[in-house]
Write a protein that binds this ligand. Structure first.
Ligand SMILES: C[S@@+](CC[C@H](N)C(=O)[O-])C[C@H]1O[C@@H](n2cnc3c(N)ncnc32)[C@H](O)[C@@H]1O
Length: 229
């Protein structure tokens, strides 16, 4: 009962109809328009579909956590997994599994395993669980596939147990539920994140990481698994 009420309150707070756009949201809207939502951003010439502020926070987090394994759902044209692989090359450590329902690139990298399939399907999850069980160090997860509320709910439940205490389950693109210009894709990740946090006390929101550069595609996106949980 109390959880349902808290969930409704969080939903109302995030709702596009109850919020007025502040300066940050208006600036963010202008950046998205100007960059075609970062649609032509590249990493060493390869398309990477990321807000560059957020990419920097991911870089800082990877350097801090030093994951043995980073799991990314949503490979797309491969630029983000290549970016993470190059960071791992510089650190001399780490492997990546990236998942997509379709192959949209011709990339290969010794640190990256490319899986094709539904990120919330048993075939993919079986492989990812086996790989996560093989490593002894931190496991970090970035969810960047289908951003619908329903799919994000499935991914959160499936991938949360794989994240090691102290590491992160990062949920991308909650901005869908914030900016009116993206409302066609609502409901997106935010209601799924709100409910997940209510139901999983082993996770907490890292507000500082979410607010690092103010302009972010991932409001409430940085979920830390509490150390010792
Ligand atoms: C936003 S793009 C990923 C962008 C990429 N991470 C980057 O930064 O360049 C989302 C991708 O998720 C894939 N996708 C959609 N539904 C999926 C699902 N159920 N399982 C796995 N991938 C999915 C799409 O094919 C698309 O390539």
């Amino acid at each position: 009962m109390m959880r349902r009420l808290l969930s409704r309150l969080a939903r109302a707070k995030d709702s596009l109809t109850t919020r007025s756009l502040g300066l940050e949201d208006r600036f963010h809207t202008a950046i998205i328009r100007h960059t075609n939502n970062f649609g032509s951003t590249t990493w060493l010439g390869r398309p990477i579909w990321q807000n560059v502020f957020d990419l920097w926070v991911i870089q800082e987090t990877i350097a801090e956590i030093k994951p043995d394994l980073l799991v990314e759902t949503g490979t797309n044209r491969g630029g983000s997994s290549l970016f993470y692989a190059h960071l791992f090359d510089l650190m001399g450590h780490g492997q990546i599994i990236t998942v997509d329902v379709q192959k949209l690139h011709d990339l290969s990298h010794p640190r990256v395993t490319y899986l094709i399939g539904d990120s919330a399907g048993e075939a993919v999850l079986g492989t990812v669980r086996r790989r996560a069980a093989e490593v002894t160090g931190p496991v970090m997860v970035i969810l960047d596939s289908d951003h619908s509320e329903a799919h994000v709910r499935r991914e959160l439940e499936a991938y949360a147990p794989l994240v090691t205490p102290g590491s992160f389950l990062m949920v991308q693109d909650g901005v869908i539920d914030v900016l009116p210009m993206l409302a066609a894709d609502c409901p997106g990740p935010l209601p799924a994140i709100n409910d997940f946090l209510l139901q999983h006390p082993e996770y907490e929101l890292d507000v500082e990481r979410c607010r690092r550069f103010l302009i972010t595609h991932h409001p409430k996106g940085w979920l830390r698994r509490k150390p010792g949980s």
